[in-house]
Design a protein around this ligand. Structure first.
Ligand code: MG
Length: 317
């Protein structure tokens, strides 16, 4: 393991961004102790994504999408292979029973691993066609699974297997506990990360771009959630560069996003609080560790970790 201090900024890229990073860090005082150390836990990936803390394994599990494998890092231990191959797995989350739910680019499926090790396909087709390439998922308090279905895994050979889309668009879906699948947002270009507010009444969804006219939406949208439906869609945050990817919230309702230059954090009212810089793009984040206060950061080939003063939110049952 190696460590670097947020205030020492040892990387060239961070030195170039130093004035902004220093200013932005001020808003993060409630989140990071002065001199908080960002540790590198893993540096052998290509595109690390889908981090999830698995209490039963006392480990972080994440996907290396482009290397077609999943890795497990025990708390304080060395990385070990978790699934290889992984069907170009991307986003991961846990349900209330602690079962691992995984989005797979190559199969176009959302799957769940059962306690006996077998897999159950939770979502695969919608209106007669295969899904594109499910990217990220989150479980609601009622057991429904909400997930995004952009096209990265069928348009980029490095991320899955190229094929024509069989859907009318890249939708956000809700899989009800009875298995019924509904498209709950159909006006995204490429929906990506998603996360609920701590009370489960707001859903945040990252728009990672791909507009036909060449414009690149760089927004995080918020929706009210009620009765398994979304309403009152609005732009929660807009990025000036890069695109948002994975999203998470803490117990105070702050929103964390993996973005082109690090982890960006907003208060629940949309006020930008600051950025935890990374060397390159940050795809996704997850709270974990034995006390739930560690922020894991997937940044390109690396997985980083920093201890925080907050805890990740869990949607109430
Ligand atoms: Mg993603």
């Amino acid at each position: 393991m190696t460590a670097h201090s947020l205030t020492r900024r040892p990387f060239l890229g961070l030195m170039l961004l130093a004035p902004f990073a220093a200013r932005a860090a001020d808003g993060l005082a409630a989140i990071l102790a002065p001199g908080a150390q960002v540790r590198t836990l893993y540096a052998d990936g290509e595109w690390c994504e889908g981090p999830v803390w698995v209490p039963a394994l006392n480990s972080l599990v994440f996907s290396d999408v482009r290397r077609n494998r999943m890795i497990r890092i025990p708390d304080g231990g060395a990385p070990v292979t978790f699934r290889d191959p992984s069907d170009n797995a991307n986003g991961n989350t846990l349900d209330a029973q602690g079962r691992l739910i995984t989005c797979q680019h190559r199969t176009g499926r959302v799957v769940r691993q059962e306690p006996d090790g077998t897999f159950t396909v939770l979502a695969e087709r919608f209106r007669g066609g295969r899904l594109n390439s499910p990217n990220d998922a989150v479980v609601a308090g009622d057991g429904a699974i909400w997930f995004t279905d952009p096209t990265y895994g069928i348009t980029q050979g490095s991320e899955g297997e190229p094929r024509a889309s069989e859907q009318a668009g890249s939708f956000v879906y809700r899989r009800a506990p009875d298995g019924t699948l509904a498209a709950v947002a159909t006006d995204f270009h490429q929906p990506n990360g998603l996360s609920f507010s701590p009370d489960g009444r707001v859903l945040y969804v990252a728009e990672s771009g791909g507009a036909p006219d060449g414009a690149m939406p760089r927004t995080i949208r918020a929706f009210d959630v009620a009765g398994g439906r979304l309403s009152n869609g609005r732009v929660f945050a807009r990025l000036e560069a890069g695109v948002p990817d994975g999203l998470k919230t803490d117990t105070d309702g702050r929103l964390y996003a993996g973005t082109g230059d690090g982890v960006r954090v907003w208060s629940p009212d949309g006020t930008f609080l600051g950025r935890i810089p990374t060397e390159g793009p940050c795809a996704n984040i997850a709270f974990g560790g034995p006390d739930g206060r560690r922020l894991y950061i997937c940044a390109g080939p690396k997985v980083l970790a920093v201890e925080t003063r907050v805890r990740g939110a869990r949607v109430p049952a």
